[in-house]
Design a protein around this ligand. Structure first.
Ligand SMILES: [Zn+2]
Length: 215
């Protein structure tokens, strides 16, 4: 799941309009921002196994610290508490805290059964949407479109400049998605880690969307 995660961040603007978009996207992708760091440090493991699902060649061998249900809730509570400490808005903190495990629920839909309940447990969950390329793309694009519409409606006073930058961010995410979907498998695990970390640019981009358009 990729676009679907950004969709929940966009959509959350409707529930918490004063929360900056970069913060919403950070929360919705939080465990996917930690994961490439954990991969590069060898704390979690992934392998490239073409055919393991028809949609992605990634075999998520071990990732309970970022992608178990329990840890996603824990990261959510932690990030929500941190945001509350700085910004003192309970509604916003709850939205941030919910977005993080919301990522796990979307991954549950997409992944084959490789998502653990908690570190140390052996039961794995995953509903396997990734076993169908058309179904995966249909679900992701539908979620993404819904997220874009909700963000658009939640920001009626956005400037033309902000709309243009938002459009460029949407285009950028679609291009990454297309290259991940139709491009060759990644050349190495290290490249997965490096490319994953490069996605921090999306957070910067989201900040740019709302720069000066926010009061
Ligand atoms: Zn994920």
């Amino acid at each position: 799941m990729f676009l679907g995660h950004y969709a929940t961040g966009f959509a959350a603007k409707k529930i918490s309009p004063r929360t900056p978009l970069p913060l919403l996207l950070l929360a919705s992708q939080f465990i996917d921002h930690l994961w490439p760091i954990f991969i590069l440090f060898g704390i979690e493991r992934v392998a490239i196994v073409p055919g393991i699902t028809v949609f992605t060649p990634l075999d998520f061998i071990y990732y309970p610290w970022t992608h178990s249900l329990l840890m996603s809730v824990a990261w959510g509570v932690g990030l929500g508490a941190l945001v509350y400490a700085f910004r003192k808005e309970i509604r916003e903190a709850v939205v941030i805290a919910a977005l993080v495990p919301g990522h796990w629920l979307l991954d549950l839909l997409a992944h084959r059964p490789d998502l653990p309940l908690a570190p140390g447990t052996t039961t794995m969950f995953g509903l396997g949407l990734w076993n169908s390329v058309p179904a995966t793309i249909a679900v992701e694009l539908t979620l993404f479109a819904g997220g874009i519409v909700l963000y658009w409606r939640a920001t009626p006073g956005a400037s033309r400049r902000s709309r243009v930058v938002f459009g460029s961010l949407v285009t950028f995410l679609l291009l990454i998605y297309a290259s991940n979907t139709f491009g060759p498998p990644p050349p190495s695990v290290e490249m997965i880690g490096v490319a994953g970390n490069a996605l921090w640019i999306v957070i910067l981009w989201a900040w740019w969307v709302e720069k000066r358009s926010r009061q």
